[in-house]
Design a protein around this ligand. Structure first.
Ligand code: ADP
Ligand code: ASP
Ligand code: MG
Length: 409
């Protein structure tokens, strides 16, 4: 029988009415003969609310206890969806991540899936039940619950699809699929009907929060066909897979879309002594503190000293500034920080071997007076770090300038 994993995000299960609507959809799919595993997120903004609560009772709550707390959001949703299905005469069992056999390792708050023991889920499916699994969580070797990082229910869904050999994984959310830019910022953005895993991964890593980047990578690695669709209508959505349509060969669209990220801050070390080992003196302590660094720029050295700037997420800003300050001191320099930044990226595999995208991007941003603080480029993206308050304007400007509005996808 065809196995399908479906995932419903926070806004799709935000209220009792929403949960009942999801139950109706699941019932219909179940009755059509599919074997269903349904992954759900916490209701609406529950995870944010729980985090705020943790910070009300303690200045620096322990990561283990935060995970203990946050995992309860998804547990509420699975139990409620199971009840709504029972009410409709559908046999269903809810499972927490650990009960579903999700094993994790790594750090609390950003656990990684090490193994999935699918036997319990397979047994329930064989009995004809709908299996409902709490997203975003698993159990580590100590028997503690761990979460997979914000947005991690997508990763749970794709990982389960891989472990169960599912025919596909459907991600249900509050937009009709993947668009050429966030449709909340660019109302004229177009839905992309098929997107390659590499472009989707790049968009996700650059900030398109509609899919968790690790979920896209897992999907590509294990050949899971992922569909992104709205839970509020029956529209076709987006399929993430290699588009091998021969009729378009090299004339296919060169750009997938414009992506933005508002969670960016910058640290700059000025007047530091340069030489062999300088970069590792700065970045090794950051790596040891598990701080992810994104864009890095070093100015050309003048009389043995230079400036080094890099970006980190805002959550890591204070810790990164402290560590960079120590490094700057050891290298006879100073440290500065700027917290309120954002990134805007142009993404597309069609940029390979076609020069000129970066220049066109600088031109478009410069034309409306948006200052570019840093730049990073690779074969399939160009990213500019700019002030956070200009990000939305930049996304709209670039979407128009690269003529994504005129595209018929
Ligand atoms: P869920 O709660 O279902 O996991 P998310 O809020 O995590 O949903 O992701 C869906 C949101 O992603 C949309 O509401 C949309 O604003 C945003 N988004 C950002 N970039 C894009 C894009 N390129 N295409 C579609 N949605 C996008
Ligand atoms: N509830 C978690 C979050 O808000 C996980 C998820 O929704 O994917 O980040
Ligand atoms: Mg999400």
């Amino acid at each position: 029988m065809e196995i399908v994993v479906q995932k419903y995000g926070g806004s799709s299960v935000a209220t009792a009415e929403h949960i009942k609507a999801v139950a109706e959809r699941v019932k219909k799919n179940h009755e059509s003969g599919l074997s269903l595993v349904v992954v759900v997120s916490a209701m609406g903004k529950t995870t944010d609310r729980l985090l705020a609560l943790a910070r009300e009772v303690a200045r620096d709550p322990s990561p283990r206890e935060i995970d203990q707390l946050l995992s309860t959001g998804e547990r509420q949703s699975v139990a409620l969806l199971a009840m709504a299905l029972h009410d409709r005469g559908v046999a269903a069992t809810s499972l927490t991540g650990p009960q579903a056999g999700m094993k994790t390792e790594g750090r609390y708050g950003s656990g990684i899936i090490s193994e999935i023991q699918p036997e319990r889920m397979q047994q329930l499916l064989a009995e004809g039940q709908v299996v409902i699994v709490a997203g975003f969580q698993g159990m580590n070797a100590l028997g503690d619950v761990m979460t997979l990082g914000r947005g991690g229910s997508d990763t749970t869904a794709v990982a389960l699809a891989a472990a169960l050999g599912a025919d596909r994984c459907e991600i249900y959310t509050d937009v009709d699929g993947i668009y050429t830019a966030d449709p909340r910022i660019v109302p004229k953005a177009h839905r992309i009907s098929v997107i390659s895993p590499s472009e989707m991964a790049e968009m996700a890593w650059r900030g398109a929060k509609v899919m968790h980047p690790r979920a896209v990578e897992l999907g590509a690695l294990y050949d899971v066909e992922v569909h992104v669709r709205s839970s509020f209508n029956e529209n076709p959505g987006t399929i993430i897979k290699e588009d091998k349509a021969l009729e378009r060969l090299e004339t296919r669209e060169t750009l997938a879309g414009i992506v933005h990220d508002l969670n960016v801050s910058r640290i700059t070390l000025t007047g530091i002594r340069t030489g062999p080992g300088t970069m590792s003196r700065i970045f090794t302590p950051l790596a040891e503190a598990d701080i992810s660094v994104d864009v890095i720029v070093e100015s050309a050295p003048k009389e043995g000293s230079s400036d080094v700037a890099f970006t980190v997420s805002r959550a890591d800003f204070e810790r990164a500034r402290l560590l960079a300050g120590e490094a700057a001191k050891a290298l006879s320099g100073e440290v500065e920080g700027e917290e309120n930044l954002g990134k805007v990226s142009v993404v597309g595999t069609g940029m390979l071997n076609r020069p000129g995208y970066a220049a066109r991007m600088f031109d478009a941003l410069g034309g409306v007076g948006i200052p570019i603080r840093m730049v990073s480029t690779s074969e399939i993206q160009v990213t500019c770090v700019i002030p956070a308050e200009r990000v939305e304007e930049a996304v709209r400007r670039l979407h128009e300038d690269f003529e994504l509005e005129e595209r018929d996808v």
